[in-house]
Each structure stands twice: as C-alpha cells, then as structure tokens.
Design a protein around this ligand. Sequence first.
Ligand code: COA
Length: 194
Amino acid sequence: MTSTLQLLPLHENQYFQNSVLELLNDEWPQSKTIRMRRLERSCNELPLSYILIDNNNNNNNQLIGYCYIDRLLNEEQSIIVESVCIQRTLRGHGYGRILMKLLEDKLQERESKIQCIYLTTTDKRHFYEKCGYEETTPRVRLNISSKLFNGNEEVFKNLLANQTQSTTDNHVILQKGSTIQRIPTIWMKKQISK
Ligand SMILES: CC(C)(COP(=O)(O)OP(=O)(O)OC[C@H]1O[C@@H](n2cnc3c(N)ncnc32)[C@H](O)[C@@H]1OP(=O)(O)O)[C@@H](O)C(=O)NCCC(=O)NCCS
C-alpha cells in the first residue's frame, strides 16, 4: 500500500485545497474563510500543510489525509504536528500510521534536521502511542507566519516566554448543545533522530 502513497506539501499542490477544506470541516467545523486562510499560509519555512495522496489510479490522485506542522518556542530542532486527519471512510486501515511515518521521513530530509515531533491530543493518545509517541510536558506553540517571524525572532520569543506557565493548564473547551466541557489535553513527543 505504501508505494503509491505520497506526503506532499499542499502549497505545491493547491488543486487539493478545497478537498482538504472539506476533509477538515467534516471533522472540525469552522468558518471556511478562516480555514482557507490557514491552508494558504503553508510554505516550506513553516507552517506547512501536508497532504497524503494515493496516486494509484494514474492521474486521478485521491486525497487520503492531512496534517499541519509548525514551530515551537525555543525548540529549533523540534516541530509540532496538528490537525492529523484521515478521510472518515478510510480510517482503521493503517493510513494514519503511514502518514505519521512519512512525516518523520520528510522531516529528516529537511535541510534543518528535525529531531523531535510534538503534538497535543484529547482522545487519540492510543493511536499516537501505536506510532511511538509518549506523554511529555507542555511546550509553547509559536503559531506565527514565517513572514512575521523571520527577522523578529527575539521579539516573539520574549512576548511568548511567559506563556509557558499557563500552557501547563491545557484544556480544550467543547460545546455540545448547551453543555460546555473542559477536556484535558496531553502533550506527546517522539524522538526521530538521536
Ligand atoms: C486518529 C486518526 C488519524 C487515525 O488514523 P487511522 O488511519 O484510522 O489509524 P490507523 O488505522 O493507522 O491505526 C494505527 C493504529 O492505531 C490504532 N488506533 C487508531 N485510532 C485509534 C483510536 N481512536 N483509539 C485507539 N486506537 C486507535 C489502530 O487500532 C492501529 O493499531 P494496530 O496497528 O495495533 O491495529 C483517524 O482516526 C482520524 O483522522 N480521526 C479524526 C481526526 C482526529 O481525531 N485526529 C487526531 C487529532 S489529535
């Protein structure tokens, strides 16, 4: 199965933007404008959106899944992976594990070698454990476009430095009907090179 699967940058394959938007909004409904703005920020310098494509059917590539990588504060050789998502009808067939493996391969090919991948999850801990991740202490996301970040690194690092404490109390707020739930988020990490 792996041989026909490829993990590709979305910004080099913009034809898939609308399919990615549908995939993500099917799982996590959000304004299409805001969603598209995030997808359009994808670039090689990070943040970067990757798509998992099956090119089995010659010229009729199928979107299988998606993930998004970004920087972390003061962790130059690490990244955070977010929004890992496989098409609903294709889940449970090993694609999620393949996506995570292909991501490791891509990160090791990068010029600035990445040694560690972080992520957060509320309810997919077991999936990530199967992929070799283990629980760790919280980090701070940068969440800033490359255009703003490059050249202003110190300013942003200073601004974000005092967030470290507050991120240890990590929760996702979920609204179901009139009920609001605070779901604890855990941080996980995987060392991909020694
Ligand atoms: C989470 C997700 C990416 C997993 O992808 P997938 O293709 O279904 O997973 P795989 O088939 O590759 O599973 C790999 C292993 O993880 C296990 N696994 C997958 N999802 C699991 C879950 N929800 N709970 C427990 N184990 C799970 C599988 O049983 C499998 O283990 P095995 O090899 O021992 O049989 C997919 O279910 C998804 O897109 N979910 C919705 C979006 C989401 O919640 N993303 C995570 C955000 S933190």
